[in-house]
Design a protein around this ligand. Structure first.
Ligand code: ZN
Length: 304
């Protein structure tokens, strides 16, 4: 009898142990699932927040997108003087005198007059891709750019990526505003455009081909750049480094379009400008404003 009881007890104890283990396994699985869910939720929130920060930063730093990873959206443009940045025909050969186009985006700003003064001192003509600013304050700058022989182009009215690139209509509205503003303040019917962020920007949610087609249909030529001075990110480079960034690459090309900025918080650009012009002059290149005859440098283009 005792032996039978003992056996029964053992069996009960074993069953209890098994039940306990089962419970533990179930709890472990539940805890594991909850933890996974928690981590996933946390990561999702992080990703969204980072994405938002990236978007904000992208619109703040303007055209800092590097000329790398160029997306080929379509075949070469039908215009015969359009070069992609990596076009072999634009690589300078022995004896070529590079043509250098200094382009200033985002102005007018508090630095415009200082930039124009320096260009005047060195008798250099540049290209200003301007945005829509208060005409009361900056009307004179728009006019000065034109009066002093520089080329003026559009760089959108609002420079607000999420607005401009929202739709074809939004782009057209913004385009008409900046085109009229320049025409009314300077009398110039400009055909030059530079996309905020460049045509290869990764910020627009709408395909850039929509906007490129709009410009092509309206006889507007857009220019990107094949040399970034690096001044888009505030204070990332010293004035000497900005000069070096340009000089390291400028002699590689027959046509070099240099990206610079005319912005209130970019005094390093102003500081670098005299040194840059002197270095370019010493290198024996031609510094020119963009005109109808300029070789067109584009990151992406679509068939017209
Ligand atoms: Zn810009």
């Amino acid at each position: 009898m005792d032996i039978a009881n003992e056996g029964l007890e053992k069996q009960r104890a074993k069953r209890k142990r098994v039940a306990r283990m089962k419970k533990m396994i179930v709890y472990t699985i539940i805890i594991f699932m909850l933890l996974t869910l928690f981590v996933m939720t946390f990561l999702c929130i992080e990703v969204f927040s980072l994405q938002r920060q990236i978007n904000e930063l992208s619109s703040k730093i303007g055209d800092s997108h590097e000329v790398i990873g160029i997306e080929k959206m379509a075949d070469d443009s039908t215009l015969d003087n359009v070069y992609r940045v990596d076009n072999i025909d634009n690589i300078a050969e022995e004896g070529d005198i590079p043509k250098v186009y200094l382009t200033f985006d985002d102005g007018p700003s508090e630095n415009s007059d200082a930039i124009l003064d320096i260009l005047d001192d060195y008798n250099v003509k540049a290209t200003f891709f301007v945005c829509g600013k208060d005409v009361e304050t900056y009307g004179d700058v728009y006019r000065r750019i034109v009066d002093e022989g520089h080329s003026i182009g559009m760089h959108s009215y609002s420079h607000n990526y999420s607005k401009i690139y929202q739709s074809a209509d939004a782009f057209a509205d913004d385009f008409n505003k900046i085109h009229s503003l320049i025409a009314e303040t300077t009398g110039v019917d400009t055909k030059l455009y530079r996309f905020p962020g460049g045509s290869s920007n990764k910020v627009s949610n709408t395909s850039m081909s929509v906007f490129i087609k709009y410009l092509n249909d309206h006889g507007i030529v857009y220019y990107d750049w094949n040399i970034a001075s690096g001044d888009a990110t505030s204070k990332a480079f010293s004035a000497d480094e900005l000069v070096d960034n340009v000089m390291n690459d400028v002699v590689k090309y027959k046509t070099a379009v240099v990206l610079l900025h005319d912005q209130a918080d970019k005094s390093t650009t102003v500081e670098a400008l005299p040194r840059l012009i002197e270095a370019l002059n010493n290198a024996g290149v031609m510094i020119l404003p963009i005109t109808d005859d300029t070789t067109i440098i584009q990151h992406v283009s679509v068939v017209q």
